[in-house]
Design a protein around this ligand. Sequence first.
Ligand code: HAM
Length: 427
Amino acid sequence: MLTNPPGIEDIFPDRIDAWNRVTGAAREVFRLNNYREIIIPVMEYTEVFARGLGDETDIVSKEMFTFEDRGGRSLTLRPEGTASVVRAYVSNGEYNRLSSAKFYYCGPMFRAERPQKGRLRQFNQFGAEFFGSADPYYDYEIIAMMHAISRRVGIGDFTLLVNSIGCPAPDCRGGYIERLKSYFADHRDGLCEDCGRRLDKNPLRILDCKQDGCAALKKGSPSIADHLCGACREHHAGVREHLDVASIHYTEDPYLVRGLDYYTRTTFEFVTDRLGGQNAFAAGGRYDSLVETFGGKPTPAVGFAAGIERMLLLAGDADARAAGLDAYLVHSGGEALHQALALSRALRGAGISADLDPQGKSFKNQFKKADRESARFTVIIGEDEAAERACTVKDMATGEQKKIPAELCAATILESLPEYGRGHGSN
Ligand code: HAM
C-alpha cells in the first residue's frame, strides 16, 4: 500500500466543515478590513526565501524543501507567505505605486520539521500583509484582525504576546545585540551547540531556543525593552495604546524575537498551552526593510499568519455559541413581523448574521429556535416594541436585555461582537 510521507496529511470531508468555518471567518474579517486576496505561487526561486527570511534562520538553513529545476535553477516550496507577497508586490508596478496596499492569502506551506501534533511538513496558513505606512495603527489593525478571527471561531483561551525588537540602529537593536553577545559569551558553556554557533552570527536567535540551558540563561539576559531608541519606543507605545483602547488584552514579552530575520519593531504571537510544544497558532510583526531588500522603494509593512491546522485543534472543542448566529429575531406577528423582517435586512446589511421564522408561533417556541441556532443575541419585537419602532436586545451570554430604538440595533450588536475587539471579557 502506498502511504503519504510523514507530516503530509490528507484532509478528509469530516474536517472540511470546521476547516471552512476557520477560513471563512478569516476571509470575512479580511473583507471587513478591506484586505483583498492574492494567490502567490507554491514555489519560488530559492533566493526569495534565503534573502527574505535570512540565511541563518532555522527555516532557511535546515527546513526548506529545495530542488533544482531542469535548467539547474534552485527552486523551493514556500515555507511561508510573506517573502512571496513582498516579491510579488515589488514586481507589480500597479500595486506598489499605490500609497498603500492590503493583501491576504491562504494556502499550503512546506517546512521539513520533525512532525508531531500541530507540527506538519505541509501545513496551511492564512495571513495578511499591509504595505505603505509605519503608523502603529496598522500594527494594531493586523493584530486586531487575528484577534477577531480567533473569537469568531470560538478560540478564547489564548495569550497575545507583544514585543518591539526595535530597528537596526546602533542606539537601538544594534547596540542591544552587542550587549546580548557579550552576556552570552560570558555564559558560552551553558549554551547548546546550535546557540554556540548563533552567538557570532545571530545572537537574537538564542532567545528563541527552547533547550533548557539556553532558556535558563535567557532569563538573566539584557532586555530589548531597555534598549529601544526614542522613535521605536514611541511606535511601541502607539501600538499598545490602540490595543488598550480596543480592550485587546496582551502580555509584553521582551524576549519575543521570532524565527525570521525580517522583523523590525513590533513582533507578536498568539499562544496557548493547549498545543503542547507548538504553542503559537498565529504570529507576525512589522518588517519595514523587506521591500527594499527585494529591490523596491522604502515601504514600511506589517503582517501576520496563522496555522489553520493548529486553529482547528483549538477550535475543535470550543464553545459552539461563538461560531453561531449573531442575532435571532423573535416577533409577535402582524406589524411586528414586518418590522422584524425590515430589521433583519438592516442587520445583514451591517454584516450581522440574522435569522427569524416568519411563521413564529409562541415567543417560547421562537426562543427555543434562537437557542438551537446558538444565537449570540435575540432581538425581540412584540406589540409594544412595534408600536414604538423599538426592539429589545437580549445578550444570550449574560442574560442582560434592553429596549432601544430599532435604528440603533445594528450599532448596539456590533459594539458587543468580539470580532470588533470590544467583546465581553476580551481574552
Ligand atoms: P511563523 O510564525 O513561521 O510566521 O508561522 C505562522 C504560523 O504558522 C504559526 O504560528 C503556526 O500556527 C503555523 N505553522 C508554522 N509552522 C508550522 C508547522 N510546521 N506545522 C503547522 N503549523 C505551522 C510566518 O510564517 C510569517 N510569515 C508570519 C508573518 C506574516 N509575519 C509577517 N507577516
